[in-house]
Design a protein around this ligand. Structure first.
Ligand SMILES: O=C(CO)[C@@H](O)[C@H](O)COP(=O)(O)O
Length: 238
């Protein structure tokens, strides 16, 4: 299942980048069950591969998992390659059912290099309530720069989910959005960063939920959130 030309129209350098992305995306998929962010075949990870021959990014592609394949069966070879229009250009199976959402996000957020979707329990419980996760932890200020916002309810099948992701994240520093009644989508400079955001999103969703059972959380000052975010994003681990 590929278009007539497949990857032949891309440079050798880009084909090597795509091969490396297949290896990486296959490995990163294993992190979703490892951190208990998905069950069965739910969830997906993708990474953009930029085409240096077209500066506006319109000729970029991305690597994503095939739809409905068990995590233990995912390999680099089984990963599929799509255009930013969501069209399959190389792969032996149909791409993820969330391909349109990933594609729309890459099309409209040029800085995004990786997208992840999970159904992690606590973050999805907040999504079921349509309630953003308030920024009441320094860990949230570090990673999300504020609350984790809720995106609109959208049914899979067209650009709706992608539009909801983009319109929500454009208004937030957060790399995670809780799509109402569905679950979290995360973005990053690459797929590994987006997977990290998905792991941290579930962690804080759980902690803040538990805190809520014990009483009211103590709000954080915006200036403290800003300072923590700036430190973590620009200094930590450098
Ligand atoms: O929530 C959804 C559908 O929006 C996905 O997480 C599916 O559960 C996984 O679909 P594939 O990536 O296997 O097509």
């Amino acid at each position: 299942m590929s278009d007539a030309q497949g990857l032949a129209k891309y440079s050798e350098a880009m084909r090597q980048e795509i091969a490396q992305a297949r290896e990486l995306v296959a490995q990163l998929h294993a992190q979703l069950p490892r951190y208990e962010l998905v069950v069965w075949t739910a969830g997906n990870v993708s990474q953009r591969v930029r085409n240096p021959e077209v500066a506006d990014g319109s000729a970029d592609v991305f690597v994503i998992k095939p739809s409905g394949v068990a995590y233990e069966e995912l390999t680099a070879e089984s990963m599929v390659v799509c255009t930013l229009d969501g069209e399959l250009i190389d792969g032996t199976r149909a791409p993820s059912s969330d391909t349109a959402a990933h594609a729309y996000t890459y099309q409209h957020l040029a800085h995004v290099g990786g997208v992840v979707h999970t159904h992690s329990t606590y973050a999805t419980a907040w999504a079921a309530r349509g309630e953003e996760i308030p920024c009441v932890l320094t860990m949230m200020a570090d990673e999300f720069g504020g609350p984790i916002p809720v995106g609109p309810f959208a049914i899979i099948g067209d650009d709706s989910i992608g539009r909801g992701i983009v319109q929500t994240l454009r208004e937030s520093r957060s790399p995670a959005v809780l799509m109402q009644n569905h679950g979290p989508f995360t973005i990053g400079k690459d797929a590994r960063s987006a997977v990290k955001a998905a792991v941290m999103c579930e962690e804080v969703a759980r902690t803040v939920h538990i805190s809520r059972q014990l009483g009211d959380s103590v709000p954080m000052r915006s200036e403290d959130i800003d300072a923590l975010y700036a430190r973590y994003q620009n200094v930590y681990g450098q």
